[in-house]
Design a protein around this ligand. Structure first.
Ligand code: UFG
Length: 328
């Protein structure tokens, strides 16, 4: 059985669907704090609860034969981590410690961990590879980096096989239309622009146009959620079939788009005009984060299939059909 922590969230729910479609038995733990009951796949076993609850983890690991863990359960907003850092150290660091402890105790020694390019910090117009210095500029990035280091120590001392996946900016939705992105509040750029174009907000804010980039707005590397999930499946197969494995991979498209370019693309695809308002910088935002994902292409033969246009089109489809997300 594959244990998916945070399997009712945006990325977790897409991973659960793909695992089930591929024939894996899936067990989900989610506290539904940001995840949605309606996103749950009825083919998966669901345990409602918190990853920080050691007794619950103990029960689950005793009751089920867990082969590997995919750990998506985390708080993941850069801005929020600046105003409430302890939430990040608790949800991301302490809870992951609980997970690792129970895994080692029950001799479950395979993990795929969701990390982030926010572990790198400031980059100056260069592609980030896995050997680029890690010097996060926000508590979110720091919390993920601490967990990466804990996992690596468990690899060295207890033989825990791992693949850490450092996501760049994830967007898009499954083409089935059943699952998609729904955060409350929504803070991510692409869904925010699309929800604005659907008439859900009066304007779209651009946080800072005085960065040292071509048009002054932040540059990010966007990756379709389905490509990201494909990398998880390949990583899972690798840790299940090989040992020792202790690797870190970037997941991105090796291509940067500015905030302005994203808004323009959304306008072009939806044929609607956005009302843009410039605001001051959002604290903790690095100006430029673009991946070199060469290592995972070479080692796992992972090749992203989807373009930025595919991400925006699939997300638009989801938001149009579900203007209130899972509450629609
Ligand atoms: N932005 C706006 N207006 C908005 C929303 C965002 O201008 O309404 C800007 C942000 O300031 C930033 C860029 O768009 O410059 C991207 O912001 P997102 O909130 O979409 O994404 P982040 O890069 O801040 O963070 C996301 C995830 C993290 C992940 C990171 C990797 O939330 O978990 O991508 O870069 F680590």
């Amino acid at each position: 059985m594959i244990l998916v922590l945070g399997g009712a969230g945006y990325i977790g729910s897409h991973a659960v669907k793909e695992l089930l479609d591929k024939g894996y038995y899936v067990l989900v733990i989610d506290n539904l704090s940001t995840g949605h009951r309606n996103s749950l796949d009825t083919r998966a076993v669901f345990v409602e609860g918190d990853v920080g609850d050691s007794a619950l983890l103990e029960r689950v690991f005793t009751q089920y034969k867990v082969e590997a863990v995919m750990h998506f359960a985390a708080s993941c907003l850069v801005g929020e981590s600046m105003s409430n850092p302890l939430k990040y150290y608790e949800n991301n660091v302490i809870n992951s410690f609980n997970v690792l402890k129970v895994m080692v105790k029950h001799n479950v020694k395979k993990i795929i961990f969701s990390s982030t390019c926010a572990t790198y910090g400031l980059a100056e117009n260069e592609f980030l590879n896995e050997d680029s210095p890690t010097s996060p500029i926000n508590p979110y990035g720091r919390s993920k980096l601490i967990v990466e280091q804990m996992i690596h120590d468990c690899f060295k001392s207890y033989g825990l096989d791992y693949i850490i996946l450092r996501y760049f900016n994830v967007a898009g939705a499954d083409f089935s239309g059943r699952i998609g992105e729904h955060h409350n509040p929504e803070t991510h750029l692409i869904p925010n622009v699309l929800l604005h174009l659907l008439g859900k907000s009066k304007h779209i804010s651009i946080f800072g146009n005085d960065f040292n980039t071509a048009d002054g707005t932040c540059i990010r590397d966007y990756i379709h959620v389905l490509d990201l999930v494909e990398a998880h499946i390949l990583s899972l197969q690798e840790v299940l079939n090989t040992s020792p494995v202790g690797r870190v991979y970037n997941l991105g498209n090796n291509k940067g788009y500015s905030v302005k370019q994203i808004i323009e693309q959304c306008e072009r695809i939806t044929k609607k005009k956005a009302h843009v308002v410039y605001e001051k910088r959002r604290e903790g935002d690095p100006p430029y984060l673009v991946a070199s994902a060469k290592k995972v292409y070479e080692e796992l033969e992972w090749i992203p299939k989807y373009s930025l246009e595919d991400m925006i089109r699939s997300a638009w489809q989801w938001h149009k059909s579900n203007p209130d997300g899972y509450d629609s």
